[in-house]
Design a protein around this ligand. Structure first.
Ligand code: OOG
Ligand code: MG
Length: 266
């Protein structure tokens, strides 16, 4: 990975800035406006500090998410390198629930294939088959992302520091064994208020969504971390993300995996 350029004090300052925006649901300028030399390693250092602070507050780590793993997402965000972020129990929402938007800045939804692991995964050198061998089952998920940066505009170090825009996530549908499916060719259709707003196939995510999980494990290894058994791991938006507002109903229909629904309220 790149070199750290930020001091401990800078990391703490930027972490507080991001944490304030996450908890207060307000937009801030991207971090590189003030710290133009910020690197990807700096972004992960801020994210690690953010994770430490949430866990110290009693939030529980439930898993991880890969982001910017499809061309659709990279094109939409203008960033062409994948990234990872952490997930906690406070971000989880039940299927078919009403999700409040007042505590978010400008939420968007994206459909993803999620993996639940039953063995520890460690990099470097983690590959797709290692992921499949450590997968208990896969299930469909919708991630609600919410960049804390003004206009949903950022660069790679900034979005990594903001925990990959993680905000909420909903797992659901029908859990399946990975070996019973062709994980590359699953069609996904996203509907908002009864209209189709996005569609694609799962190969859009790095050719195979398990490849995104392998990438995530290798990025964790660069930070001296492993993926614990029992993790819930999202492989990244298959289509571009769709903005949502109060009153919207969303249903993501996944071939072979059922559907995941939610509605948004004030
Ligand atoms: C960054 C988060 C990307 C995904 O699935 O690609 C992400 C963003 O687009 O704000 O979660
Ligand atoms: Mg995502």
């Amino acid at each position: 990975m790149s070199q750290l350029t930020l001091s401990r004090a800078d990391i703490a300052r930027l972490c507080e800035r991001v944490e304030g925006a996450q908890l207060g649901a307000y937009a801030i300028p991207k971090l590189t406006d003030d710290y133009p030399a910020m690197t990807v390693a700096d972004g992960y250092a801020v994210q690690a500090e953010l994770r430490r602070r949430y866990l110290a507050r009693g939030h529980r780590l439930t898993g991880w998410k890969a982001g910017l793993t499809s061309q659709a997402k990279m094109r939409q965000m203008g960033v062409n390198v994948p990234s990872i972020g952490f997930l906690t129990d406070h971000m989880a929402r039940p299927e078919n629930s009403a999700i409040t938007t007042a505590d978010m800045v400008h939420p968007r939804v994206e459909c993803e294939i999620a993996f639940v692991t039953n063995k520890v995964l460690r990099g470097p050198g983690c590959v797709l088959d290692d992921v499949l061998a450590a997968t208990a089952y896969v299930l469909p998920a919708v991630e609600i992302i919410d960049s804390r940066f003004s206009g949903f505009k950022f660069d790679l170090p900034s979005v990594i520091a903001d925990n990959g825009s993680s905000a909420r996530y909903v797992g659901g549908g029908r859990a399946r064994y990975a070996q019973d499916l062709d994980l590359r060719t699953l069609g996904v259709v996203m509907e908002k208020n009864g209209e189709i707003v996005a569609m694609a196939a799962s190969a859009a995510v790095m050719g195979h969504p398990a490849a995104a999980i392998a990438m995530l494990v290798n990025i964790l290894a660069e930070q001296g971390e492993e993926l614990a058994a029992g993790s819930f791991v999202m492989s990244g938006g298959i289509t571009e993300a769709i903005p949502v507002k109060p009153g919207d109903n969303v249903i993501a229909r996944f071939q072979e995996l059922g559907s995941v629904s939610m509605r948004f309220i004030e």
